[in-house]
Design a protein around this ligand. Structure first.
Ligand code: ATP
Length: 301
C-alpha cells in the first residue's frame, strides 16, 4: 500500500514546493495579477545546480510589449557571491528577481544557472533551487513549528530547531506559552515584523537553497532589530549565490558587486568603494541617505 501512495506523496511534495514558491513570490512582490502562463517545455529536464553561477545575458523584458522595463541587462553573479541591486523606485529591481524565478520569461537574451538556460528546465526544480526571504512574510495560521518546517518536507523537530537557532529565533519561540506548538498568524499570536522575518529566514535555512533572493525590508524596524536581522541575513548568505534587493545602502557596503539600476538599465556597477569614486547616481543616493540618517538622528535626540 505504501508503494501505491508514494506517487501521491511525491505529488503532494511537488505541489507544496510550487505553492510555497508562489506564496513567497506573491508576498514578496504583491502580485497575483493575471500573467501569461509560463509553461515547462515538453520533456524539460530538472535543473541540477552544481556551483550556483547565475548569469543574465543581454536580458530584455516588458510586462507589456509596448513598454520595455529591462533593457540589455548583463549580470554575472559568481557562485557564492552577493550582488546588491539598488536604484530608484520603479527601476526594475523586483522585475529582475521575478525573471530569475521564472515568473515571467525574458523577451530577449537569456538567464542561465550553471550554464543552463532557465527557460529549458522544470519550474519546480528551478524554484527548489532558489530561496526567497520576502520583506514582509505572511505566516500560515498554524504553529510556529509548522511555519518553519514548511521549508523542507519531513523536517525533523531537531532540524527545525537548528534552523530557528540559525535565524536567532529559537529562544524567543521557547519563551512562548506552547513553544514550537504555539499558534501564529492572523488567528494566533501576532508576531512583530522582525520576528516574522526571522521565521522566514529559518524556513529558508531549512530549505537550504544554493541561490537566495532577499528583499530587504523597507518597512520600519527599529534600528537595533534591523541591525540584528542584517547580521542573520549576512550569515545565511554565506556560501550561497545571493541577490539582495536593497533599499538601504548602508546594508550593501560589503556586497561583492553592487549594480545600480535606473529605468531598466544598469547604469553603474562595482563595489561600494569603486562606486563612491565614480561620483554618479550611487554616490548621490549614498549622500542623500547619509543626510537623511543624520536628520533622523538629530530628531531623535
Ligand atoms: P521599488 O523599489 O519601488 O520596489 P523596483 O525597482 O523593484 O521598484 P519593479 O517592481 O521591478 O521596480 O517595477 C519596474 C516597472 O515595472 C515599474 O514601472 C512598474 O510599474 C512596472 N511593473 C511592475 N510589475 C508590473 C506588472 N505586474 N504589470 C505591469 N507592469 C509592472
Amino acid at each position: 500500500l505504501a508503494q501505491l501512495f508514494r506517487p501521491l506523496d511525491m505529488l503532494g511534495w511537488v505541489y507544496r514546493n510550487i505553492r510555497q514558491g508562489l506564496i513567497d513570490m506573491e508576498q514578496m512582490f504583491g502580485i497575483i495579477d493575471t500573467r501569461a502562463e509560463v509553461k515547462d517545455r515538453d520533456a524539460a529536464p530538472a535543473l541540477h545546480v552544481s556551483a550556483g553561477h547565475v548569469r543574465f545575458e543581454n536580458v530584455e523584458f516588458g510586462y507589456d510589449p509596448e513598454r520595455p522595463i529591462l533593457k540589455g541587462i548583463d549580470l554575472d553573479i559568481r557562485p557564492g557571491s552577493m550582488v546588491a541591486v539598488v536604484g530608484p523606485s520603479g527601476a526594475g529591481k523586483s522585475t529582475l528577481s521575478r525573471l530569475l524565478f521564472r515568473f515571467y520569461e525574458p523577451t530577449g537574451g537569456r538567464i542561465t544557472i550553471d550554464g543552463h538556460d532557465i527557460t529549458g528546465v522544470t519550474q519546480t526544480s528551478l524554484r527548489a533551487a532558489i530561496g526567497i526571504v520576502p520583506q514582509d512574510s505572511v505566516l500560515f495560521n498554524d504553529t510556529v513549528g509548522y511555519n518553519i518546517g514548511y521549508g523542507r518536507e519531513g523536517a525533523s523537530q531537531a532540524a527545525i530547531e537548528e534552523a530557528a537557532r540559525g535565524a536567532a529565533i529559537h529562544d524567543f519561540i521557547m519563551g512562548l506559552p506552547e513553544g514550537y506548538d504555539s499558534k501564529v498568524g492572523e488567528r494566533g499570536l501576532k508576531l512583530s515584523g522582525g520576528e516574522k522575518q526571522r521565521v522566514a529566514i529559518a524556513r529558508t535555512l531549512l530549505k537550504d537553497p544554493p541561490i537566495l533572493i532577499l528583499d530587504e525590508a523597507t518597512s520600519a524596524l527599529d534600528s537595533r532589530t534591523e541591525a540584528a536581522i542584517q547580521e542573520t541575513l549576512r550569515s545565511i548568505e554565506h556560501g550561497r549565490t545571493s541577490i539582495v534587493i536593497a533599499h538601504r545602502l548602508s546594508t550593501v557596503v560589503d556586497a561583492d558587486q553592487i549594480v545600480v539600476l535606473d529605468q531598466g538599465r544598469i547604469v553603474e556597477r562595482g563595489t561600494h568603494r569603486q562606486l563612491l569614486v565614480k561620483r554618479g547616481l550611487y554616490t548621490e543616493m549614498w549622500l542623500r541617505q547619509q543626510s537623511e540618517r543624520e536628520e533622523q538622528a538629530e530628531a531623535a535626540e
